[in-house]
Write a protein that binds this ligand. Structure first.
Ligand code: SAM
Ligand code: SF4
Length: 364
């Protein structure tokens, strides 16, 4: 059992560089993970259903302004086939992710969700950007279980700089996260670490916000510059307050993952693809040993996968679903963990009263 760090302690850990002290943070995060969500690693089959996007996020290769990208939208039959593959591999969840693509109508996707729910045992997670409430409500009604929408950074000024409004639609992701909960979704969010202009204090705020929002799933990955974006081509740069800049390296990601496990002991926390991209050798394993408990193997058909280029040199871009599945099983077993069974939703949200900083907590 461990205590929940308050914001000052979180900030101290984010700045910590002493390997021996950090070993203590990894140990605490791993122990909390083991006590609160166990040794199972849950697999969510990721299907990147469209790389069209109406948005102009300054960090992302799928932004509408990137004219060097061939765009695709997967046909319904292929999405369903990928979901079938998830069942075949024994995954409990399929994640349908894409750009904020209004070529995907609420009705079309609701049909697909309905079919997956009626013909497979899968939990369905959606991650399709800031869609209007009526679309989100329709997808929930069709049976979608979860929705992922990262708030990216809780620093509102920085977020507005890197995430321009769509028309006159401002895009308050935190307000959307609260509404998603009202619609009855399990709700996931997360951040990028090392966004140009991000301070240590703002990452500490992000982690405190994970606790406040009582999130079910929390994804944390490094910001990886994409040369065809304003943040990756050097065209725009945002100096932080006092010139401070959080590095976008793996150590910072491990610290954020470990601290997130301490503040949200029973959340589902993936070892992200972005982390695997900056350390292809063992980034995922280290993530799992420092607080994470979820992997998201890629089930997108290979012909589309290389076109879903959020950032360059993405991990697992050439492996088939089969190869990815085999590789991940070996990696999980290699660190003495086992594959999770079933949907792997969050176990105990209803039982959790808001934990106070400094109090002991497990919730499992
Ligand atoms: N369009 C949806 C959205 O924005 O929520 C879902 C797809 S979007 C590609 C998924 C996530 O990719 C974003 O939330 C963001 O955190 C991450 N991402 C985008 N560009 C990135 C970059 N250059 N480096 C690291 N992560 C990035
Ligand atoms: Fe579109 Fe999402 Fe990329 Fe923003 S992060 S450009 S919304 S795909």
């Amino acid at each position: 059992m461990t205590t929940i760090p308050d914001k000052t302690e979180i900030l101290g850990w984010l700045r910590e560089m002493d390997p021996e002290r950090l070993a203590e943070l990894w140990r605490r995060a791993d122990e909390t993970r083991r006590q609160c969500v166990g040794d199972a690693v849950h697999l969510r089959g990721l299907v990147e259903i469209s790389n069209h996007c109406a948005r102009q996020c300054a960090y992302c290769g799928l932004r509408a302004g990137n004219e060097n990208l061939v765009r695709y939208r997967m046909p319904a039959a292929e999405i369903f086939e990928s979901a079938r593959q998830a069942v075949e591999f024994g995954y409990g969840t399929v994640v349908l992710q894409g750009g904020e693509d209004y070529g995907i109508t609420a009705k079309w996707l609701a049909e697909i969700v309905r079919r997956i729910k009626s013909e497979t045992p899968l939990a369905v997670t959606l991650s399709l950007g800031e869609r209007p409430d009526k679309d989100l409500a329709a997808w929930r009604k069709a049976g979608a279980d979860r929705y992922l929408l990262r708030f990216e950074t809780s620093d509102r000024n920085l977020f507005d700089e890197i995430h321009p409004p769509l028309g006159n639609h401002e895009g308050d992701r935190i307000a959307i996260l609260r509404r998603l909960r009202e619609f009855g979704f399990e709700v996931g969010s997360g951040i990028m670490v090392g966004i140009p202009g991000q301070t240590y204090a703002s990452v500490a705020d992000d982690i405190a916000l994970f606790r406040e929002l009582d999130l079910d799933m929390i994804g944390i990955g490094p910001f990886i510059p994409h040369p065809q974006t304003p943040l990756g081509n050097g065209f725009r740069f945002f100096p932080s307050v006092n010139g401070e800049q959080v590095p976008n390296n793996e150590l910072m990601v491990y610290k954020a993952v470990a601290l997130t496990r301490l503040v949200r002991p029973d959340a589902n926390i993936p070892a992200t693809t972005a982390l695997a991209t900056i350390n292809k050798k063992n980034g995922r394993e280290l993530g799992l040993q420092r607080g994470a408990n979820v992997f998201m193997p890629n089930l997108t058909p290979l012909s589309y996968r290389r076109l879903y280029e959020i950032y360059p040199n993405k991990a697992c871009i050439t492996e088939t679903g089969d190869a990815c599945n085999g590789c991940l099983s070996l990696r999980i077993k290699g660190i003495g963990r086992h594959l999770g069974r079933g949907a792997g939703g969050r176990r105990s949200r209803q039982v959790i009263a808001e934990p106070e900083a400094g109090k002991e907590c497990c919730h499992a």
